[in-house]
Structure formats: C-alpha cells, structure tokens
Design a protein around this ligand. Structure first.
Ligand code: PEP
Ligand code: MG
Length: 576
C-alpha cells in the first residue's frame, strides 16, 4: 500500500496503466490509411531536420565547453538519424503496418536498438542507447506543436504517472478512465480541477508510484483516505466492497437533493452555480440543476485544439454550451493562459517566475488579436443567450479599463457588421491577486460583478506556488490573512451593490461552506461533482450561526486555531 494525498475524492478499482505523460514520451498510436503514408513520411523528414539542427547545436556547445571528443557523440547521433536502415524500417511500418509515424519510429528504434544490444561488443551496445536517445528526440520533435500524446487505456484502467498535465487529462474524453495516481500535483492544479469536474478519483504526491506500480497490477485507489493498494488481498477487497456500498448509499441520499433549493435552514437563498471547462461539463451541470455557470474556463476550448480557434469556431463551441444550459446565465472567462496553463501552439518566452509574468488579462492585452476574436464570439452569443464576460488575473483598475476599451471597440465593429449583441453585457473581474482584493471598492466602480478565484488568491497572498510540492504545506486557504481578505472583498462588493461569487476550489469544500456564508457570500460556483455536496452543506447551515462562527474565526491568529475551531464546530454539529 502507498500513501498519497486526495486530490479528487471517490473510490476506483481497475488495472494500472503506467505512463510518463509528463515527459511527453508516450507514443500516440493509430491506424492509418495507406494514402496517409507519404504525409507521415513528410512528418518524419521535418522531425529529422529539427533533431539534426538541435544535435548540431548541442555538438557546438559541448565542443566549446567540454571538448571535441565528447562533442563527437552528437555527430555519431546525426549519422544514426540518417541511417538508411532506420528510414526503411519506418517506411515499411507506415506503408505495410499502416501505423502513424510516431508508432513506426518507436517500433523501428526498438527493433534496431535491440539488435545492437544483443551484440557482444560493448561499442555496439552503447550504440543501442544512442539510437534510443535519437528515437526519443524524434518523438519529441513529432509531438512539438501537438497535443501531448496519450497512452491507449484499456476500459476501466487507472492511469499512474509521474505528473498529470491538464492537456493530457483534457484528452481523456471517451476513454473510460476510473482513477488517477500521480507522483506530483497540487490541490488547485488544473489537472486536479479537471479530474474533480469529471468525478474521477485522483491521488497526488504518491511517492515513486510510476516505479512501484507495474502496468497490469490490480489497484484500489482510495480517494477518501489517500491510499493506493497494489494487488490487494481478498480481505482488503471485502473491506472495500463494504465501503463502496456505503458510498453508493450516500450518493443516493445526495441525489434526493437534486430538486431541492440551495437555501439555509433559516431560509436564506444561495446561488449555487457550476464551474465548467468543456461542453461535457455543461451537460453534467445542467443535469445536477446548477443555477447557472459561475465560471466557464475557456482555456480548455483552446487546449484541445492544435491552433488558435477562430471567432467562428469559438462562437459555435460557446453557443453549444450556452444552449445546453439555457435559460441559465453563463459567465465566460476570457482566455487565462500563461504560467501553468500553456497552449502547445503558443509558446511563451521562458520566464524565471512564470506565475509572476505575462498571464491572464496581461497576456491578452499584449496580444489583442486573441482577445478580439474571443470577445466577438462572446458578444455575438450575448444577442441570444444570457452570458457575461469575466476578466482573469486583474491586477488593477488599468487592466479593467484597457480590457473595456477592447470590448467597446468589438461592439462597434459588430455594429458596423450589422451583427447583433447585448450592448449591456455584464463585465466582471476575477479577484485573484492581492492588488485586486485590496482595490475591490475601486474595481467595483469599473465592473458589474466579482468572482473570487481563491486558487490563485491563496497562491499570491501567501506567496506559495499552487503547483509546487515543496511548499504545499504553506498553501492554506484557512490562513487568517485569507479569511480577512475574503471578508473585506465581500464587504466592498456589498457596499457597492455588486454581486460577488467565489469560484475557486475553496467554494467546493463543504467544510468551508458555513464559514463562507458567514463571511457574507451568497453565491458559490463549484465543480459539477461538488454541487450536491455543497447544496447539502448549505441546507445544513443556519445563517445566524454561520455569521457568529465567521466573526469568531476572523479573530483567530493562526491557521491551527482556525482549523481546530472548524473541527470542533463540525464535531458539535455531528453530536447535535
Ligand atoms: C482561481 O484562481 O481560483 C480560479 C478559479 O482560476 P483558475 O483555477 O482557473 O486559475
Ligand atoms: Mg485563477
């Protein structure tokens, strides 16, 4: 058994599929039509040129910094790259084997490398390692600008990996994946958010999982206690049969809440919305009776493409999503890329601190052509559907004003094109930087609503990278500075008469529901998978208690005191 941290709760069982998705070395395999073979060979030639250029550059650097002898290794690799036998083997596999070039390269390299490896002579054995190195470079070059490749998962498999990238999980559509186990990750990392939205149990920080677990091992992923069992004994299996039955009973009880309103015990109505990323999430959100969509993360619309989607493409995707949710409101956040959300076809300059660099609205204002196309698509949709625009990573009043100039100019261009739109489309700001939180009263004069992104707000307020393993113990939403900040944003929004919702993962944790309501929030937006659990928590809350509870917590000085108080309150509730 290996211990890990629960990122997405639930139980999963199935055979392990171990892969190193983080290293981009997974080989995409598909059958091709013979007519595609020449095109696949053209892709091989393009990849060979990239690898040759990289190897020659490496050769120069090593020769300059280390010496000619060491640099010659790369010259030898260039010769292997152009080996006629390799090319012939790849071509045969594409033409007769009818597989794509990646699968052909992988097979050809393995075949030739194992011939070398079987030879007695150490010189040839080393060439096998060089050949594999060249093969990896070729596969990397073929993958460049494309989606990271996915392993072929058997139905009901559990993916075990070093690190799960959002772009990989975004491709899990249509693949029956039961559980996820990763060696790294974060509670608010985008892969985690996606896993939660799909209700796929996921464990992170499972040490050496990809080494200790073999493909084909039978696993139980306990996404409640944070444990993975490898080839469990019958006694453990029986224990988990019982737990599964209990969980199913709990799920059935929650389903009883589907048609009930999200109101507290003393009758205060709470607006309970869903966060969505893909059209499939919209279907789940609608089926779980979400009141609307408080956050539509459009990054995933861009992430699943291999090019920037055009205005027309975006319009159709957003319209299909809004149509599924009609007549509910949908808050569409404009593209929030940069930092840990990278589009393969939009390489950004390397920055020492990417999360403090160009991202969110800053990046869009620096590339207004991307913003313009997206805004036109959203504005066109606003003619027929109740949608609003949400600006990510707002750092101050300037950002909002600059974005509004672009919004107004897109309205003017649509008017000139005689295209309909809602001239009063609401515009909101994400509050996810300390600057935006401090300036909430001033920002309220510029926008129609706020949405608090606690995932980033915790990161920036507590100067703790949300994706880092090393500082994860500092990433604490219950930090007194965080509670104080939330309270002051709620007060500023109320004073200005602006709606404020919380859309970060904090809103989806039922342990925090009473606290957030007590701090003054009346609108929450959570992963579809958390909707019923949060509705349950709202319906168990008495607003008067929640307010005095929050007032008390605001006076505490340490995370531990706040946690102890929350735990005691929970115990009192259970014993009531
Ligand atoms: C947040 O930061 O809380 C948020 C909702 O935005 P994202 O998680 O997409 O960065
Ligand atoms: Mg954010």
């Amino acid at each position: 058994m290996i211990l890990g941290e629960v990122a997405s709760s639930g139980l999963a069982r199935g055979p392990a599929v171990v892969c190193g998705c983080a290293e981009d070395t997974i080989v995409p395999r598909r059958t091709i039509d013979a007519r595609e073979a020449p095109f696949e060979m053209e892709r091989l030639d393009a990849a060979i040129s990239i690898v040759e250029r990289d190897l020659k550059r490496l050769q120069e650097i090593v020769q300059r910094d280390t010496g000619k002898h060491e640099a010659d290794i790369f010259e030898a690799q260039v010769l292997l790259l152009h080996d006629v036998a390799l090319r012939e083997e790849v071509s045969t596999r594409c033409l007769s084997g009818k597989v794509n070039v990646e699968a052909a390269v992988d097979g050809a390299i393995e075949k030739l490398a194992s011939i070398f490896a079987r030879l007695e002579d150490a010189y040839f054995q080393e060439r096998a390692a060089d050949l594999r190195d060249v093969g990896k470079r070729l596969l990397d070059a073929l993958a460049k600008g494309q989606r990271p490749a996915m392993p072929i998962l058997p139905d009901g498999g559990i993916l075990v990996t070093t690190e799960l990238l959002p772009s990989v999980i975004a491709q899990l559509d249509g693949q029956t994946i039961r559980g996820l186990v990763a060696e790294t990750g974060g509670q608010t990392a985008h892969a985690t958010i996606l896993a939660r939205a799909r209700r796929i149990p996921m464990l992170i920080h499972v040490p050496a999982a990809a080494k200790r677990i073999q493909s084909g091992d039978q696993l139980i992923v306990d996404g409640l206690a944070g444990r993975v069992f490898i080839n469990p004994t019958p006694a453990i299996l029986r224990e988990y049969d019982r737990l599964e039955a209990d969980l199913q009973a709990h799920e059935t009880a929650l389903k009883g809440l589907l048609d009930l309103p999200a109101v507290t015990r003393d009758g205060v109505a709470i607006k309970l919305c869903a966060n969505i990323g893909k059209s499939a999430d919209a279907v789940v959100a609608a089926s779980l009776n979400a009141e609307g969509v408080g956050l539509y993360r459009t990054e995933f619309v861009f992430l699943v493409q291999d090019h920037f989607p055009s205005e027309e493409e975006q319009y159709h995707v957003y319209r299909a999503t809004a149509e599924r949710l009609k007549p509910r409101e949908v808050v569409i956040r404009v593209l929030d890329t940069g930092s840990d959300k990278i589009l393969p076809y939009f390489p950004l300059p390397r920055e020492a601190n990417p999360s403090l660099g160009r991202r969110g609205i800053r990046l869009l204002l620096a590339h207004p052509e991307i913003l313009r196309a997206q805004l036109r698509a959203i504005l066109r949709l606003s003619a027929t559907h109740p949608v609003s625009i949400l600006l990510p990573m707002v750092g101050g009043v300037e950002d909002v004003r600059a974005a509004k100039v672009v919004i107004e100019s897109m309205k003017a261009s649509l008017a000139a094109d005689r295209q309909a739109f809602n001239p009063r489309i609401p515009v909101g700001a994400m509050i996810e930087t300390p600057a935006a939180a401090i300036l909430a009263a001033r920002l309220a004069q510029e926008v129609d609503f706020f949405s608090i992104g606690t995932n980033d707000l915790v990161q920036y307020l507590l100067t703790t990278d949300r994706t880092s393993n090393d500082v994860s113990s500092y990433y604490e939403p219950l930090h007194p500075a965080m509670l104080e900040t939330l309270a002051s944003v709620a007060t500023a929004a109320k004073a200005a008469g602006r709606n404020v919702s919380i859309c970060g993962e904090m809103a989806g944790n039922p342990a925090y529901t009473a606290l957030l309501l007590g701090l003054g929030f009346r609108s929450l937006s959570v992963s579809p998978g958390d909707l019923l659990e949060i509705k349950n928590a709202i319906r168990a809350t008495r607003m008067q208690h929640a307010e005095s509870f929050a007032r008390h917590l605001l006076q505490l000085s340490t995370i531990q005191e706040i946690k102890d108080h929350l735990r005691d309150a929970k115990a009192r509730e259970v014993n009531e």
